[in-house]
Design a protein around this ligand. Sequence first.
Ligand SMILES: Nc1ncnc2c1ncn2[C@@H]1O[C@H](COP(=O)(O)OP(=O)(O)OP(=O)(O)O)[C@@H](O)[C@H]1O
Length: 473
Amino acid sequence: MHNRHDGEPLGRLLLIDGDDKHAPLVAETLVQSLGEGVRITVAAGGKQAAELLRDASFDIILADLSCLGDLSERSDDAVARLVRLSDGALFVAVSDGASVSAAVGAMRAGAHDYVVKPVNGPAMAGRIGELAQRHGKSRALSIAPRVERRSDFAGFIGASSAMQFVYEQIGRIAASSAPVFITGESGTGKDVCAEALHATGPRFGKRLVAINCAAIPRDLMESELFGVARGAFTGAHDDRKGAAELADGGTLFLDEIGEMDLSLQSKLLRFLQTGTLSRVGESGVRQVDVRVICATNRNPMQLISEKRFREDLFYRLHVLPIHLPPLRQRPTDVMVLARHFLARYAAEEHKHFSGFAPDVAGLLTSAEWPGNVRQLQNLVRRLVVMCDGGEITMPMLLAADIESRGVATPAEPVARGERRQAILPMWQQEQRIIEDAIASFGGNVSLAAAALEISPSTIYRKRQGWSEMAAAG
Ligand SMILES: Nc1ncnc2c1ncn2[C@@H]1O[C@H](COP(=O)(O)OP(=O)(O)OP(=O)(O)O)[C@@H](O)[C@H]1O
């Protein structure tokens, strides 16, 4: 937060909001969150905003898409015109949430992001800081409240911007009881995330009970989740609580939710709707208060389209989405994590390591890491066990890397006839890029398409093609 500022403002924000009662309130919450160094000018519509932009320079523009009609009938056209006049300001579109296509249109027209109404001051201030950093908008960044860059948070290690965003999201939603839906490839830290949400929230005094929907046989899953009454089936000698009851007052973590049987999905939906459950073989109902966190490394939209996941259950669970980015998208975290694991395993093994040789660090940083943090962690552990100590050199890495799916691919593998990283066919690489984009927009195909600068119908067409390719083997 900035100190009170008497002279020139630190920055200028243009708020385009057609509601003359609402706009001053929004402006006030923004000043409270951004600090008094920001000067806010309100424009009642697109035309007035365009005039203001011709006369003065602004650092941030917040534009309610519903009030730009006086500038152009189409909101994307109005946004494009304002962006052209904006002199490189950070441009955030505000939409009413009903029209995803308007928000996508605004982003195609040059907006940096969109937020759904109502504009919340503290959340908006955080978002401005994040966007300003991501888009290199130094003027907007100077207004945003300083956020300490953290290199660790509640069990996570990592100082990249992507992880700062994750920490900020966890901090913002930990106190709520609404369901959280965590997505991310295997090994990106979905369990760590569930633990962080529980540990930093008000339910910390009660239990976090985790249940892995892929690891438990189908016919046992219902009793594991909801408990069992004595005599319900052969072998049920006693009444037993399930994970949901054990987590009462605390958090229930449903890992690999995408693997849950469809009939149990209906029962889970009922539990989420009513807050009550019945143990297997019991006719009465029991009230249970849990916060549900679920996670999957699959694409939930694909599971829904394949009819393996109920859409109504997805929307019940997908209230607060968190996406954990793959390690290859945050290369600055690799050595932070590698050094952390080296220190930890060296202490466990009573050995002394001085660090990684520069060529090893370079190779690790640029590797693909298909198994993400888990793969890096296992590799460092293997290095510590196999080596006596000192500096981790390239020969040591190559010796330890044998089972790690080719992280340490040498620079000229073909010439030297050594191992080569598997090259995926073009369609699979394209599929990965598109699925990553969809996951990072919480499953929203339209927004992913806008970010990739292709049309949503292209994504749907490609998906059809991938299923056919996969079916063809
Ligand atoms: N950012 C991180 N900082 C420190 N450790 C991490 C981080 N991310 C993951 N890990 C570690 O990597 C391993 C895998 O993490 P985790 O089990 O949370 O991944 P996951 O996404 O749930 O994987 P899966 O989908 O296979 O269950 C764990 O040992 C975890 O402690």
